[in-house]
Ligand binder design. Sequence first.
Ligand SMILES: [Ca+2]
Length: 220
Amino acid sequence: MKKPSLFTRPLASVALLAALLPIAAGCPGIIEIKSKQAASGPAKSTVPPILYEDFEKGYQQVSAYSNADGGASVNTGEEDTVVHSGKKAMHANYKSGTGSWGCGWGIGTNYMPKSGYFNARGTLGVELWAKAARGATFQISVTEGKQNGGDGEVYLAAQGTGSGAWKRYFFPWDGFTRSIYSGNQAGDDHLEIGSIGGIDVQIAEKQGDGTIYIDDIYFK
Ligand SMILES: [Ca+2]
C-alpha cells in the first residue's frame, strides 16, 4: 500500500507552501487551495486527535447498501470479541457478490458534536484500525456536512488492503477524491475538512465473502 505522500514529497515544496500560507490567508482570493488541505498545510497535525468512533458506547449503523442483483449483502453490528482496544469494535459480514459493485455501510458516531459535523481542520487525515482478510480490500469515504463550508460532497480514500491481522490505516486528506456516484454533484469540488458529517465503508465486488472488523477511528 502507498505510504502517506507527505513523507515522500520534497521538503522544499512543503517549506515553500508553508511560507506562502500566511500570504494566502492574508489575501483571500489570490491563491485558491482546493482539496489539498494536508498538502498545503503543516506536515504535522496542529490539533489533538479527534475521536470519530471507538464503539465503546455501542455501534450505530446509519445505512447499509448492497448490490442484491450481484448477490452482495452486508450485515453489520457491535463486536465484543475481536476488538483492537477497549471492549468493543464493529464488524461487517459481507458477500461482495459478482455485480458491478459490492456493498457498503455508514458508520454512525456517538461523538457527533452538537453542530452536526466534525471540524477536522488541523488534522492530516483519517486513522482507523481494521482487521480484514489478507488481500481483501475496503474503501472509506467521508461525507461533508452542509455547514461551515461543507456542501454535501462525498470523498473517497484510497483502498485499504487487509493483512489478516489488526492493522493501522491512515488515509491522508490529500489522497481523497470526490465521488462521482454519490453526494452533491454540483458542489465546489473541494473537500472541506471543517465539515465532516459521516464516514462510510465500501467493499468492492468480486472478492468473495468475509468479515471486516473496524475500531478506533480518529481524525489525526
Ligand atoms: Ca465541498
